[in-house]
Design a protein around this ligand. Structure first.
Ligand code: TSX
Ligand code: MN
Length: 586
């Protein structure tokens, strides 16, 4: 009798008609074979093996350089189960439309069977996925980003408890590209893209969209969050999970080198992108990182912004769409200075200064987490690490203070649900336009976000000690457009304030949006920040926030009757605190 996995592989092979099927075991020998094949067919370009041993460059098709949300669908029987923020199709219609694109798609190609575990191999909270793909680059990337191969097959045995994901490059034509999720049957179909979150199905498709659905069904949380540990001078480590929209430096924060190291404060990395969190037997929220690697944006990464990932990405790393110097080293904008003479751009042409960047703005490194000097010794604890704080944030030039703390769990959920960030890249439209991105999950929630807010509200009371909820903004500017806060390693001062709040040591000032630090409660020694600047950083302007409250209301209107009453209640409470404070200052 064949196993459920074998049956699905056979069925998929009948559809896609590969010339060969390879079951990946995840071994080094297998990886060497794949690498040699990719070097010979041009999928990989060898980088300098002296300075970057076992590192390779991959150039994707220039029309396939980012996740494509416009062709990403949640396929549920009822439209309202996908909600107003997701693209939606009826499952049967989606399959009828996209099955022909898989028909014979792997002719003349190899189908790789890629079994993988999301999460530590021995954690009860980990889950198994299997990706069928005709991309060797995807198979090699999945080996870095997950526990891939024999280890997953051994855990699966003859069970049907895995999330199947069928992936084909197809013809890479954007008009024949679809990323389909069937959460009711826990199935993923992806065709027409070989890039990142579209193609490495364990990451956004499984660990966020499908897992968020499972998490609501099963009473846990799958979140777009980094996980870090803050060590204090006594050696005690307090774990925090943080959600930020894109372009806020999530990976940099997760891997931060603390500016207060001499005082005994250090940051340890558990994860940089996704957190799976369960109510532990101790009543604490316990977080695991389902991933095993970092798939990070390269441009802007340098020895100052993220020294740990720079060190990590000098061996066993796949670079995608970066530039390459004459010495065959990877290069990108914001590495340091101008590109050296003889640099080849991300498309493989010799680069000349002026019109375009040498590296694609969304170029990436794919690096094993185990290579980061900042990696926590607890990152693979089967029970996960206990989360004491959630941090939400965004890029707000004028509105949001450096940090504030919510009053309680319900208010904290409101703070997360009303997150927004201002756009930076001119390519995506106007710069400085504020976009709402609740819990940084807008593109990743596999169901109706109104129900998602409801799930968040329900989780708090299940916890003996729910995480405190904070909001940060590293990006506030003065009237001249200068950043008020130095950011990067200095952010540890804000993390320390959170820790001191958790421990009942730090004073706070009440404002209509929550509690900001009392000016003396932030550790600012060694920084030259004037009292005026500090006041600017912590200011809460009631008139500005009243406008914000109106914008929040418009966003929530999308969800109609399905929005939980507690969220409306929080919005009304905010409005009334704001109007009272406006009267008080008149
Ligand atoms: O990642 C960032 N972080 C978090 C770091 C742990 N970035 C980069 C954002 C794009 C991914 C930041 N940019 C941060 C930050 O805290 N802050 C800023 C804004 C900023 C930029 C340059 C300076 C200061 C602030 N330069 C000087 O102060 C000299
Ligand atoms: Mn992400």
């Amino acid at each position: 009798m064949s196993t459920p996995l074998e049956s699905w592989v056979e069925e998929s092979a009948r559809l896609t008609k590969p010339s060969k099927i390879v079951w990946c075991d995840g071994s080094e020998a297998e990886n060497d074979r794949l690498t040699a094949e990719m070097l010979s067919d041009g999928t990989f370009i060898e980088l300098n093996q002296k300075t970057y041993p076992n590192c390779h460059l991959h150039r994707s098709n220039p029309n396939d350089v980012a996740r494509t949300e416009s062709v990403t669908f949640i396929c549920t029987r009822q439209r309202d189960d996908a909600g107003p923020t997701n693209n939606w199709m009826v499952p049967a219609d989606a399959k009828e439309k996209v099955r022909p694109l898989f028909d014979g798609a792997m002719k003349g190609r190899t189908m790789y069977v890629v079994p993988y575990i999301m999460g530590p191999a021995n954690s009860p909270y980990s889950k198994i996925g299997v990706e069928l793909t005709d991309s060797a680059y995807v198979a090699a990337s999945m080996r870095i980003m997950s526990r891939m191969g024999k280890i997953a097959l051994d855990r699966l045995g003859r069970s049907d408890d895995f999330v199947p994901g069928l992936h084909s490059l197809g013809d890479l034509n954007p008009s024949r590209r679809f990323i389909l999720h069937f959460p009711e049957e826990k199935l993923i179909w992806s065709v027409g893209s070989g890039y990142g979150g579209n193609a490495l199905l364990g990451k956004k498709c499984f660990a966020l969209r499908i897992a968020s659905w499972m998490a609501r069904e099963q009473g846990w949380m799958a979140e777009h969050m980094l996980i870090l540990g803050l060590e204090d001078p006594s050696g005690k480590v307090t774990y925090m999970a943080a959600a930020f929209p894109s372009a806020c430096g999530k990976t940099n924060l997760a891997m931060m080198v603390s500016a207060l190291e001499k005082q005994g404060y250090r940051v340890w990395t558990v994860g940089d992108d996704i957190a799976w969190m369960h109510v532990g037997s101790d009543g604490m929220l316990r977080a695991i990182n389902p991933e095993a690697g970092f798939f990070g944006v390269a441009p802007g990464t340098n020895a100052k912004t993220n020294p740990n990932v720079i060190e990590a990405a000098h061996k066993n790393t796949i670079f995608t769409n970066t530039a390459m110097t004459a010495a065959h080293e990877p290069w990108w904008e914001g590495m340091d200075g101008a590109p050296p003479a003889g640099t080849i751009d991300w498309k493989g042409n010799s680069w000349t200064p002026g019109n375009s960047t040498a590296a694609h703005p969304n170029s990436r490194y794919t690096v094993p987490a185990s290579q980061s000097p900042s990696l926590s010794s607890h990152w693979e604890d089967p029970e996960g690490v206990p989360i004491s704080a959630f941090i939400f944030g965004g890029r707000r030039a004028r509105l949001a203070p450096l940090v504030y703390e919510s009053h309680n769990w319900q208010h904290g959920v409101f703070v997360g649900a009303t997150m927004a960030s201002e756009t930076t890249a001119a390519a995506t439209g106007a710069v400085g336009v504020s976009r709402r991105d609740p819990m940084a999950m807008l593109p990743f929630c596999g169901y109706n976000m109104a129900d998602y807010f409801g799930h968040w509200l329900a989780m708090g009371p299940k916890l003996k000690n729910p995480p405190r909820v904070f909001h940060v903004n590293w990006f506030r500017k003065d009237a001249d457009g200068k950043f008020l806060w130095p950011g990067y390693g200095e952010n540890v001062r804000v993390l320390k304030w959170m820790l001191d709040r958790i421990e009942g040591r730090a004073a706070a000032t009440e404002t209509p949006i929550g509690n900001v630090p009392a000016p003396s409660s932030l550790t600012l020694d060694g920084l030259s920040i004037s009292r005026d600047t500090l006041n600017e950083l912590l200011k809460v302007d009631s008139a500005d926030w009243s406008e914000e409250e109106q914008a929040i209301g418009q966003f929530f209107d999308k969800f109609g009757e399905r929005l939980p009453p507690a969220i409306c209640q929080e919005q009304k409470a905010l409005a009334s605190r704001l109007s009272r404070s406006a009267v008080a200052t008149e």
